[in-house]
Structure formats: C-alpha cells, structure tokens
Design a protein around this ligand. Structure first.
Ligand code: PXG
Length: 457
C-alpha cells in the first residue's frame, strides 16, 4: 500500500531527501518543490494538493489512449490472475507475447514481420545495436559496424542509446560514450536552413548522410538511425523531401535504415507509424511508449525478413532481458492496440484533432512576438521561441525562456515541456477540441506573461 495520509509538503520533503530525478539538477528543488502527481483520468492529472492539470504531454509522450482506461486495467488484472510472469528465454513462450508479436507484425509497415521484446526504448535501441552488428557479422561484413545518428537525436539513456543519440548535455557528462557512433546535421529547417526553401533544405540535410558514408567508407557503416520526427530534440519535423532521400542513400550504400518510432509510433503522427507518414520502409523499428500507452513498461524491435534470415543463420542470439515479452505488459499492449483500433484514434489524429491542434496553435501563438515558428505533425507540436522574429535570433540561454513559459503554463493548469528554446506538446490522442482550445489559449497567455517578465511587452 502507498501512504495516502501525507500532505504535499511531506511528500515533497521525502522525495527530495531520497530520490534522484532523471534529467534534473538536484539544486532545482532548493527553490521549487517537485510536482507530486497522485491520480489521473482521461487527459487530466491531479497533483497532491488536488489541483486538476491538463496533461499536454501525455505523461512523457506516451499515454496515447488517455488515463484510466478500464480495458487496459482489466487486461492487466486478468493476465496477472492467469500468469503473472513467465519468461520467453530459450524455448519458452506465453500466449500474450505470441499474440502481440502477431498483432505488431500486422500494424507495422509491410515486411516488418518479426519482433523482439524489451522493456524501454533505451533497451530496444541497445538491442538494435547488438542485432545490427551481429547481422553484418553473419553477412560476412564484420567491418560494417558504425552507426550514424543525428545531432539532437534522442534514443535513450543507456550507454549505447546515449551514443546513438546526439544530445550535447548527455555527451558532455562523463566519458561513457562508445566508439563507432557518428552524427550528422538534424533537419531543423528553421534553425539550420536559413535562405533555403524547405524542400531544398530537406535534400541538403539528407545528403549529409551520403557525405558521412563516403567519408567513413560504406564498407564500415552498419546503419543510420533517426526518429521520423525528432521529439526530445524539440519536435523537429523534417521537410517532406528528407526521409525518401535518406532511404535512397541507405539503399544505395547498403546501410540499414532504423526508424526510431518510440514517440512517433501508435498514431501520434496520424498514421500507425511515423515511417508511414513520411513514406519510408525501415529495416528495423524500435517502439515503446504508445505500445502500452505507458500503462506498463514494454518495448519492441520490429525487423524485416532480411534481418530475420541472418538471425536464423547466426546461431544463438546471446541477448535478452528477464522481462522481455512480460505477459502482463503484452496483455496490456494488446488491449491498448485493440482500443486504438476500436476508437479509430489513428484516423482521428490524421483527419480531426491533428489538423485542429496545429490550426489552433498557429492561430493563438503563430504571430506572437516571441514565436518564430509553430511546427510538427499530428499530435506533435513544437513552438520555437525567438528574441527576434526577423533575424531568427535566439535568446541568451541563461534567460531560460522556455522554462519560464513552461512554468507559466503549469500555473495556469496545463503541462507542456520546455526543450532548449522550444515549447513542445504531445497530448493524448483522445484529446477533444475544447482541451486543445485551452492549451492554445494558456500557451498564448504564458507567452504574454513571459514577454512581460523580460520587459518585451
Ligand atoms: N527513442 C526515442 C525516440 C525516445 O523519445 C527513447 C528512445 C528511450 O525510451 P525509454 O523508454 O528508454 O525512455 C525515447 C524516450 C522528453 C523525454 O521529455 C523523451 C524521452 C524520454 C524521457 C523524456 O523529451 N524519450
């Protein structure tokens, strides 16, 4: 049982005394206590003081079907009663894991019919590093070992996932990066493509991959990895020319294409997967988050027949996690996917709430003096903050502009994330127009409040 009898200050004191928060400077809590979230329903969470807050981030980009869905809760309960745990190591299998493998092969793009299970996006990406390197060994090209990722890419926090990603703060911390990981420019038109037409910039950014492959030698490059839309990097949606060109280059040099669908998967971009939104077919696809809508930790890697054949020739695949294919997590993921289908949430994002979200955000803040660009796709949005709209000049980092906007949003009852000098949002796919209106209006008010604080209004 959790202790329900503590008041907010007691929770906060205990938390700060005994718990280290991910991606948080512990000194932050000298001035501001943590937000203690105690319950949730639909698109709302409640804090320990009983305040109702609209969750514009769906937790951490994951609660796609919204909170409190009975189908998922009942699926967990029923599976725990029948079989709370058994493993899928060696020669064992369980019905939920078997069924989920089949269902995932159906919803993923054509050809991605084989599944390996993990428990987090980071673990899925670690699996990819091991699987891809094993693949090239089996294929008789053991020197093809290098991964190419992108600046501001995020693929998780384990040592391999940090190396795949291109997050400066993570790379700067300690000396835990692995050799054999390279990074190219991210397709951030607003910040990197000045003077260029969006589509021309998309081609130029993709051709950085070709340059990098030629620099390293195609016989040394194992795979390229990218998020269809970069999430943690600030919701960077590439020009439509970008991904097809990346795919063409990967095929030309026989470099495996990995689309990290951890955020984009399960409807967020208005298709089942971001790869479909951009018209590409990757060789491997890590997924997590929306796979179970965050109700339980589960992740998966889907891969194609070519990789599957090599796995078949490669002998023992010496890799796996105790909780790979956990039956309760698989049962919840099955219920989650069934619910996404029954409520047609993917179509809803593509045809209704996705376009409304962008229309409404653009109308509310698109012309705001602090806003350079509103970008994104489906239910992923990034709002670029700028000091000067004409010159695209950014604020001094020390001003923490995005953090200020985020705090103003929270004061007004809406959760959004600050990423660098952008605000990002990724609400549950069940969000209604009236909630979107609230998010857009609160963001506009919060930008006004920030402008006043900075003496700009
Ligand atoms: N790939 C992508 C594209 C992700 O966004 C991971 C892998 C790693 O997943 P796990 O389950 O190991 O965390 C992620 C995770 C944020 C934020 O607010 C983003 C993530 C995680 C935590 C915070 O930007 N993305």
């Amino acid at each position: 049982m959790t202790r329900q009898d503590l008041n907010t200050e007691e929770w906060q004191r205990m938390d700060v005394a005994h718990h280290l928060h991910p991606f948080t400077d512990p000194r932050y809590f000298d001035n501001k206590p943590p937000l203690v979230v105690t319950r949730a329903d639909d698109v709302y969470v409640w804090d320990s003081a009983g305040r109702k807050i609209l969750d514009g981030m769906a937790g951490l980009w994951c609660v796609n079907v919204g909170y409190g869905r009975q189908e998922l809760i009942e699926a967990a309960n029923a599976q725990m009663q029948a079989l709370a745990y058994y493993n899928v190591f060696f020669q064992s299998a369980t019905p939920p894991q078997i069924e989920l493998s089949k269902v995932l092969s159906e919803v993923t793009p054509d050809g991605l019919d084989h599944i390996f299970f993990a428990n987090s996006g980071s673990e899925a990406n670690d699996t990819i590093v091991r699987m891809v390197r094993h693949f090239w060994e089996v294929e008789g090209q053991p020197e093809k070992q290098i991964f190419i990722g992108r600046k501001l890419g995020y693929h998780g926090s384990t040592v391999a996932a940090t190396s795949l990603g291109g997050m400066p703060a993570m790379h700067a911390m300690g000396k835990s990066l692995l050799p054999g990981f390279e990074h190219i420019v991210h397709p951030h038109w607003y910040l990197e493509g000045e003077g260029l037409d969006r589509d021309d910039f998309g081609l130029q950014a993709a051709r950085a991959l070709e340059d990098k492959i030629l620099e390293l030698g195609a016989d040394r490059v194992a795979a390229f990895i990218g998020e269809p839309i970069q999430g943690a990097g600030g919701v960077i949606d590439p020009p439509r020319t970008y991904w097809p060109e990346i795919e063409r280059i990967c095929r030309k040099y026989d470099v495996l294409l990995v689309a990290d669908e951890v955020i984009c998967g399960f409807g967020r971009t208005g298709e089942w997967f971001g790869s479909q939104t951009y018209g590409i077919t990757p060789d491997l696809m890590p997924m997590a988050k929306g796979l179970s809508s965050g109700y339980l930790p589960i992740a998966a890697v889907a891969y194609n027949a070519r990789v599957h054949q090599a796995m078949g020739k490669g002998g023992v695949f010496s890799h796996g996690y105790t909780y790979s294919g956990h039956p309760v997590a698989c049962a919840v993921a099955l219920a989650n996917i069934a619910l996404i289908k029954r409520e047609k949430l993917v179509d809803r994002v593509r045809d209704d709430v996705g376009p409304y979200f962008h229309k409404r955000l653009k109308a509310a803040v698109g012309e705001h003096p602090l806003v350079g660009e509103v970008r994104g796709h489906g239910l992923l949005a990034g709002v670029q903050l700028v000091k000067d709209r004409d010159s695209r000049q950014l604020f001094d980092i020390g001003l923490n502009v995005a953090t200020r906007v985020r705090d103003h949003c929270l004061e007004r009852g809406v959760i959004m994330r600050a990423v660098g000098q952008s605000m990002v949002a990724s609400p549950p796919l069940t969000i209604k127009h009236e909630h979107i209106d609230t998010m857009a209006d609160v963001l506009a008010q919060s930008l006004d409040a920030t402008a006043r604080e900075l003496g700009m209004a």
